[in-house]
Every structure is written in structure tokens, then in C-alpha cells.
Design a protein around this ligand. Sequence first.
Ligand code: RIB
Length: 412
Amino acid sequence: MKILNFGSCNIDYVYSMDHIVRVGETLSTYKLETFEGGKGLNQSIAIARAGAKVYHAGCVGEDGKMLTDLLSSSGVDLTYVKTVDGKNGHAIIQVSSKGENSIFLYGGSNEMVTEDFVDSVLADFSEGDIILLQNEISSVPYIIDRAHEKKMCIIFNPSPFTEEIKNLDIGKLSYVLLNEVEASEFSGQDDPEASLSYFESNYPDLKVILTLGSKGCIYQENGTRYRQYAFKTNAVDTTAAGDTFTGYFVAGLYAGLDTAHNLKLASAAAAITVSRMGAAPSIPVKDEVLANIDSLKSGEADSKSELLRRQIFDYIEGNVAEASLPELASILSYSAIYTGALIKKTTGKSFSELLQDARCEKAADYLIHSDMSVKEIISAVGYENGSFFRAIFKEKFGDTPLQFRQKKGKYI
Ligand code: RIB
């Protein structure tokens, strides 16, 4: 079995600045650095640094020597890298002081991957070989069709997402590795778990790796979901974190690592990438990941508590009139006493305080946007005692419901 990564190589121009520039704004930057990058190149380097043999296929421009130099010194096989006339692809990357980024791309050489070139590369690969793809080169749908005909194991990272990609037959893929936004584009679902259910029902053979940023990732195979929490790190530059995860994950598949261990290793490698500047140069070798994996702090506790917060608020806001502590406890599969204590610990408020807040917010919404009477609203949010509700509403908003409507509502 061989690994082929057909992908982009970019020169990354990285500008460090206070914040990502806004529409119409002109902003001075702190510094400009140039790094080797491109989703394809980053993922090949991650695979090689994770210890697996990888063939990179793609086109570099006349100015792309720094890219082939790094690929080669990282141990990537360059047999299928072609130098073409004209400029290499590049990326303009803004990195804010919080480590967030914003990227725009110039395709250049990456747009020169022709169908003939694809055929000549794929001629050397066969059934069972792994082919990894992202969406930064030309001819991606063609590569998928040919690789599928050859019964290769296709791993696709549909990034950056485009309309063309949306129309692909994802049934031809073996694995799809995508983020929440990309998953929602394919599935039409906003909720990540609902997106996974969409893939499970419509493409039961497809293995899905859904990355959730600082919340980690979920891997789905044959109806089973594995969750890996992200490691906490001092975020300097998030560029190539996803590529590192992907490369390590693919190398782990190739090595036959157990799924949970593979996800953990890939997440630890990504956390190290985030802690330094630049794309490819920031990707760690496997020894470094192994040496640090025990000292990296898991974000599991934070993610779990965030999930619980969401469940509590979703339940209360979705059931303002009838919400009850015993019902929420049974949804969470805990006793009512334990749930009450957990709610206080997680949100800083008791169940009844949260419910009271949610009812007041809902009533305020009705007062502004509906023509229901105050009496009807009081009953719709679950109160029988009108004077009690008027008192808590006034305490929260500083006005009685009627005064509030007179000031803010459309209907008086
Ligand atoms: O995923 C990060 C990469 O996206 C950068 O290296 C940049 O080149 C863009 O392709």
C-alpha cells in the first residue's frame, strides 16, 4: 500500500497584526514573514514527519524552490512534483494578536494540474493505495473519478469549500475530513451531530472525521462515534493545525494505529503546530509529539462543561413554559439533586433562576414582536401568578411588562 497526496504547494506571506482587517479599514502590520505552506504541502509534510512514506503530486512554479527544498528535507518523495512556467501559488495570511487567521489565495501553479498529468501520476498507483486530496488544485473532481475507478482509498479534505465540491458524489470517497461549516454545506444541517447522522444515513460506508476547532473532533465509522478533545495550547498561529491533524491521521491509518490512539496523536500534533508561527515549518516530528503528549493539557473538562451548558440552556429555552428539573435530570441521566448541583456549578445559577431568566427573556421577545396581551404572555411563558411575574420582570428589566412594551414594542 502506498500513500499519494495530490495537492497544493503555496508560498505563505504571513502578516502579524493586531486584528484581522475589516472592510474599508487600512491597518499597519507588525511584521511580514514568508513560510512554506499550502494545504497539500502541509499535509504531505505532516505525513512524513509522522513517520510514513508519502508521494506528493502537484505543480510548483518557477519561484517554488523553497517549497520543494522543504518537502525533500522532510522526507517527502517528489517523483510526481512538476515545475511549470509562471508563478507559484501563494497565500496572503493575516494573523491577529490572538492567533486567529484569515487567508486569501492566488492559485498560480496549483491551477495547472491537468487531466493528462493526473492520468500519468495515477498510472503508478493501484487498488488499495491511499490518495489524499484537498481542494486547492485544479482537476479535483477528475482525480476523484479516476481514483475511484482504480478502487483507491480516497481521503478528501474539502477545503476550501466551493460550489463545485458541493456537487461531488461523496459516495466515491472512503473518508471525508471536514469542519463544521463544510459538514453543514454537504448535509444542510447546522448541528454537527445532525450532520454526522446525515452522513450515516446517506453514506453508510463513508468514514467521517468532523473537526470542531478548540472543541476537538468526532470520528464516525459504521455508526460508531469516537470523540477526541482538543489539547489546550498557547495559540500563536492556528495556520496548518487542521493540515497537521490530517497528515498525522493518515499516517496513523497507514500504520494501522488503533482509532482512539490515532486521534489523540493527531490532536497532540495539531496543538503543537498551533503554538508556533507559520504553516509547514511549525509541524512537529513524531518524536516531539510523543515526548510532549503527556504534558499537553487536555481540553476535555472545558469541552464537557461547555456541552453541558449548551444542553441546559437549550432545554430551558426550548421549554420555557413547562421546563422542570426532574425532566432535565432524566434527559441528562442524573438524579435531580445531582443535576441541580451540576447546574449551579456549571452556570453559577440555580435551575429556577435560569428558568426565571429564560421566561423573562421570552416574555420580552413576545412583548416586542407579538400582539399577545400581557396576560396571554404571562401564561405562555408558564406563570399563573401574574403579580409575581410582573415583579421579577421589573427587577430584570427595570420596567413593568406594559412599560417595556410601550418603550420597545411595535404594538401598544
Ligand atoms: O491550511 C493552511 C494553508 O492554507 C496555508 O498554508 C495556506 O497556504 C492555505 O493554503
